[in-house]
Design a protein around this ligand. Structure first.
Ligand code: SF4
Length: 349
């Protein structure tokens, strides 16, 4: 391992990314940065991250919220549940750690919404704990370099990857640098299409030696993609539109404000509407109409390919609330609803 570790150190010393979000970082900033960068490409998330950290410079400010401000500052980053969890976690830290972000792996894991990856990154950078974060880049590099046969994402792979990475953490290199160097190696050289011709470790790499680069990492078969038709009913009263919070049993965008609607899911899944108790006759009528019209737009959420049809209706559903276009823009955070709002002026009322 020594020759590999020496090469990695040398390479990282000269190639280490000098991201501006790393300057003057502390555990709180590292945490928020990880949440933002998990959502998007670094370039796209950087400006939003900067604005967010200006508005919420520490845990105490974030815990003070209010939640609606946190969600608004997260707009455009997708997965609002992460912004909600981030807010909940800040409230927890304010209450349980006197507003100071913990840095030990075990303390971090107790915080709601913080999992192994984030805890390992923070603990390795800010507490020098030798814990592999094991993200997709780590998995790709380690599985190729050592030809690890275990399927990624399984406990067996995690054990094998941690065993393979252990010598890096015993070398004379800060634990945070080990995690970040392996990650950068995966991001810039050992990419999906590996750039073995420029790799500092090519002479030592098992997959490269055997011409097996593309056989690793071993992955689970792809999950099936599902086509979904989402009918949204738009009811206007004066200059306001009805929205409801996504129901408990509705599979998408939990807690988000949406136009009331109905999903036609694949046969193996139950059909669902938001709100939960949309009358069956209304659903049927909407569906019949929706099938005769082309979708207004398409949207993807994880493995669901969603065709969205907006239909103007004369009567709203029970409950919900009525908001002006400006209020909708401010309070409907999901990109699916933002797309729907962008289509409102094209609807025939
Ligand atoms: S030689 Fe190729 S496959 Fe091996 S670690 Fe380098 S880039 Fe990845």
């Amino acid at each position: 391992m020594k020759p590999l570790i020496d090469r990695l150190k040398k390479w990282y010393e000269t190639e280490k990314h000098a991201y501006d979000f790393r300057a003057g970082r502390n555990a709180y900033r590292t945490w928020i940065t990880e949440i933002f960068l998990q959502q998007t490409q670094i370039a796209a998330g950087k400006d939003k991250l900067k604005t967010f950290l200006k508005r919420f410079p520490d845990v105490v400010a974030l815990a003070r919220g209010p939640e609606s401000d946190v969600l608004a500052a997260f707009r455009g980053m997708g997965y609002y549940s992460r912004a909600r969890n981030m807010f909940k976690a800040a409230v927890y830290i304010a209450a349980n750690h006197a507003g100071k972000m913990p840095v030990s792996y075990n303390d971090l894991l107790k915080i709601p919404g913080i999992g192994h990856y984030t805890a390992a990154i923070i603990a390795s950078i800010h507490n020098n704990e030798p814990i592999l974060a094991n993200d997709a880049n780590h998995a790709r590099v380690l599985s190729r370099f050592f030809e690890l046969p275990q399927t990624t994402g399984t406990p067996a792979f995690r054990t094998a990857a941690e065993r393979a990475a252990a010598p890096f953490f015993k070398a004379d290199m800060p634990a945070g640098d080990v995690n970040e160097a392996l990650m950068q190696w995966g991001q810039t050289i050992c990419k999906k299409r590996p750039r073995c011709e420029i790799c500092f470790a090519a002479a030592l790499c098992a997959a490269h030696k055997n011409g097996n680069e593309l056989l690793f990492p071993v992955k689970k078969p792809r999950a099936q993609a599902y086509d979904v038709l989402w009918v949204m009913q738009v009811h206007r009263s004066g200059d306001k539109y009805q929205v409801v919070a996504s129901g408990r049993n509705f599979p998408f965008l939990k807690g988000e404000l949406l136009f009331p609607g109905f999903l036609a899911l694949p046969p193996e899944m139950k059909e669902q509407s938001s709100p939960d108790k949309m009358p069956a006759a209304q659903r049927k009528k909407l569906m019949r109409l929706a099938h005769t019209l082309p979708p207004d737009f398409h949207h993807a959420i994880t493995r669901y390919k969603i065709a969205v049809k907006l239909i103007y209706v004369n009567e709203g559903v029970a409950g919900g609330e009525y908001l002006t276009a400006g209020e909708l823009g401010a309070r409907c955070h999901s990109s699916l609803m933002q797309k729907a709002l962008g289509r409102l002026d094209k609807l025939e009322f």
